[in-house]
Design a protein around this ligand. Structure first.
Ligand code: PNW
Length: 473
């Protein structure tokens, strides 16, 4: 079949940012080295029954020791940017007391190595690893965590702020608040709806305070939110209301706060029996605090308010919807192909989410700061002296389809400026441990060998060409 030129020549803007992402606890390992203090994820992973297979991030991909090799790999793939997260408890082991210079040194070395390799560093300050001492003092449900977060942001900024342009304060505050404090699927594993709402507010407040600390001449400050396309499973009023509630708590709660300086009235009404801990001035501080917005997208949810539907697939141990204000909501699979997470693949949801944000919150530059898929990758022995290889056509197809969705919305005027694949390499996938592989690069967790998958080579050629050609190029 002769393809039209529009299908075969998909070019992105020449200054489009092409990246890949990781997070500290998922890759670094070295959890007791050079003065690092424990975080809630160390505690959680070492608590029996919390992570599949009893896996922990103790070693992970040993990136703390192998970062030079990993940066060389990024450069060889042609990435123009690398999104990583900074471990708070490496920088300030107990969250309040003395600073750990060796922790800051690691990120100085990493940033310098990236810059030398021509890869822009995109640090995220919080990817879920709260110092355990701060959790012991009340965690994110306590307002103090927000102030401590801003102090920590200042420390990192003092160390590398002259060399880093693009900053992300918090990653996926929905996950940190609701998987951490409502469902208990993530650290610290609490199940307390009021605490989860307070955590959500204090994460946003912490973002606002950190943004003030980071503000500076050349710096661009953002936050990354995990957004979902949300559709009612049917036209039944219960399902339509379920979709409003899930869209409200997962999407609009964070978008309205960050971009409009308010919480949506309907969500506040859904959770009005809880005290969120909002004080005068908080939302003024949170609103208008971003220069750009990071969007993490994985899938679309079909939801129902009628009896008997399944929980969302949020962990191997997921229970019926524990989200405050949507306790009765169920999640429905509609039969689309799924990834190894069981998440249905729907790239139209990414176009929908990007378009919605551009319409409802105009003129904010957008970045897809995470998008990708887990599949059951298999290593095959190489023939004729070639090394082992991993062929992952499903991941290539997933990213290809999502990049096409990105291109379509850019053509329609959405200010999307970059794309970061999740993840650079296989890593510790939270409650699933090492059982789920999201990487462009395969990691043999016994030998720590890195094997670029077919998707890595394919992504590299996409970057080189600045877009997509015919399928498979
Ligand atoms: C994101 N859910 O996490 C994270 O930012 C990454 O660290 C993670 O590895 C990646 O997506 C893949 O899971 C999520 O249950 C984890 O809804 C769980 C959920 C959503 C996002």
């Amino acid at each position: 079949i002769q393809k039209s030129r529009a299908e075969t020549e998909i070019r992105f803007p020449t200054d489009f940012v092409w990246g890949a992402a990781t997070a500290a606890y998922q890759i670094e390992g070295a959890v007791t080295e050079d003065g690092r203090g424990p975080s809630v994820w160390d505690t959680f992973a070492h608590t029996p029954g919390k992570v599949l297979g009893g896996d922990t991030g103790d070693v992970a991909t040993d990136h703390y020791h192998r970062f030079r090799e990993d940066v060389a790999l990024m450069a060889s793939l042609g990435l123009t940017a690398y999104r990583f997260s900074v471990s708070w408890s490496r920088v300030r082991p107990d969250g309040t007391g003395p600073v750990n210079p060796k922790g800051l040194d690691f990120y100085r070395r990493l940033v310098d190595t990236l810059l030398e390799a021509g890869v822009q560093p995109w640090p995220t300050l919080y990817h879920w690893d709260l110092p355990q001492a701060l959790e012991d003092a009340g965690g994110w449900p306590a307002r103090d965590a927000a102030y401590r977060f801003a102090e920590y942001a200042q420390l990192v900024c003092d160390a590398v702020g002259d060399r880093v342009v693009n900053w992300t304060t918090i990653n996926e505050p929905w996950c940190a608040a609701f998987l951490g404090y409502a469902s208990g699927d993530h650290a610290p594993g609490r199940r307390d709806p009021e605490a989860s709402l307070r955590a959500a507010h204090h994460l946003l407040l912490g973002h606002g305070l950190a943004a003030q600390a980071l503000r500076g001449e050349r710096r661009r400050i953002g936050a990354s939110v995990n957004l979902y396309a949300v559709s009612p499973a049917s036209e039944a009023p219960e399902d339509v209301d379920a979709a409003r509630r899930i869209d409200g708590l997962q999407n609009r709660f964070f978008l309205d706060a960050l971009l409009h300086g308010r919480y949506p009235e309907d969500v506040l009404a859904d959770v009005d029996r809880f005290d969120l801990g909002v004080q005068d001035g908080d939302l003024d501080l949170i609103g208008g605090s971003v220069d750009q917005l990071g969007i993490n997208y994985y899938n679309r949810f079909f939801v129902t308010g009628q009896e008997g539907a399944a929980p969302a697939i949020t962990s191997p141990f997921a229970q019926a919807s524990p989200w405050p204000g949507s306790e009765h909501v169920g999640f429905v699979q509609v039969g689309r192909p799924v990834t190894a997470m069981g998440w249905e693949i729907d790239e139209s949801g990414l176009a929908e989410v990007l378009t919605r944000v551009a319409e409802d919150y105009p003129s904010v530059p957008l970045y897809v700061t995470e998008n990708g898929a887990a599949f059951d990758d298999v290593v095959a022995d190489g023939e004729n002296g070639e090394g082992p290889h991993v062929d992952d056509p499903d991941r290539v197809a997933y990213i290809d389809a999502h990049l096409r969705a990105c291109h379509t919305v850019i053509s329609a005027g959405v200010p999307l400026r970059g794309y970061f694949a999740w993840s650079l390499m296989d890593n510790f996938e939270w409650g699933w441990g090492y059982a789920k592989r999201f990487g462009l690069v395969y990691v043999d967790f016994l030998t720590q060998a890195r094997i670029p998958k077919t998707s890595a080579r394919w992504y590299s050629s996409v970057i080189e060409q600045g877009g997509l050609g015919r399928m498979g190029t």
